[in-house]
Design a protein around this ligand. Structure first.
Ligand SMILES: C[S@@+](CC[C@H](N)C(=O)[O-])C[C@H]1O[C@@H](n2cnc3c(N)ncnc32)[C@H](O)[C@@H]1O
Length: 197
């Protein structure tokens, strides 16, 4: 499995600090709420949210990611739930959360993209907050992170359409320099999205 190989070493591919966008957007979350963090990888974002007092369930399909996420949480002295789960097998209606957080889940192919994006919304309680952070199509070719197919990326238009039944609080594309481990490093074309169910 590609991601298990990528996470096999002892270093943290995206670092151990949270995505800079998540630090910026965290105040929009329902404070201290039950929070689902999907495709969380090695745990930098779920650990940060647990440190901030959220009740976190972090999921990922890579065993090495979950193993290192647990180690990171332990090293920081925080408690959260980790689950090995494939995003394409997730029953989004099974449990509702105050917050759903998806950071750099650009592995989702175009054929499944809308279904997964809607699934994130389905997992929210009324009044819950969705945070989505990723790349825009302009990222392709920069060589600073993300897949090579622009159809995996998000545009403001796509997100406004998919989440037209939500109250959109932030929908901003921008260019910024990232320094998030060796996986995300350099000038990047990004998008932040926050909406309330
Ligand atoms: C670019 S990394 C981002 C990790 C984390 N969100 C972060 O920002 O540090 C993409 C993550 O998606 C996970 N992933 C890929 N395919 C998946 C799938 N089908 N189900 C769940 N997670 C998956 C990988 O294991 C990896 O952790």
């Amino acid at each position: 499995m590609h991601w298990d190989q990528r996470f096999a070493g002892e270093d943290y591919v995206f670092g151990t600090e949270p995505a800079q966008a998540l630090v910026k957007l965290e105040p929009y979350l329902v404070s201290g709420g039950e929070t689902l963090v999907v495709a969380d990888g090695e745990g930098r974002n779920s650990t940060f949210l647990a440190e901030r007092g959220y009740k976190v369930l972090a999921t990922d399909y890579a065993e090495n990611g979950i193993r290192k996420a647990k180690a990171l949480a332990t090293s920081r002295g925080v408690t959260l739930e980790h689950r090995l789960e494939d995003i394409f097998e997730t029953d989004w209606a099974a449990r509702q959360y105050d917050n759903v957080v998806a950071v750099f889940i650009q592995f989702v192919p175009p054929s499944a993209l809308r279904g997964v994006l809607r699934g994130l919304r389905t997992a929210l309680k009324p009044g819950g907050t969705l945070i989505l952070h990723g790349y825009t199509p302009g990222q392709v070719g920069r060589g600073t992170g993300g897949p090579s197919d622009p159809a995996h990326m998000y545009t403001p238009e796509l997100l406004r359409e998919v989440y037209s039944d939500m109250e959109i609080l932030v929908c901003e594309d921008y260019i910024a320099e990232l320094s998030e481990g060796k996986g995300h490093s350099g000038v990047s074309e990004l998008i932040d999205f926050v909406a309330k169910a």
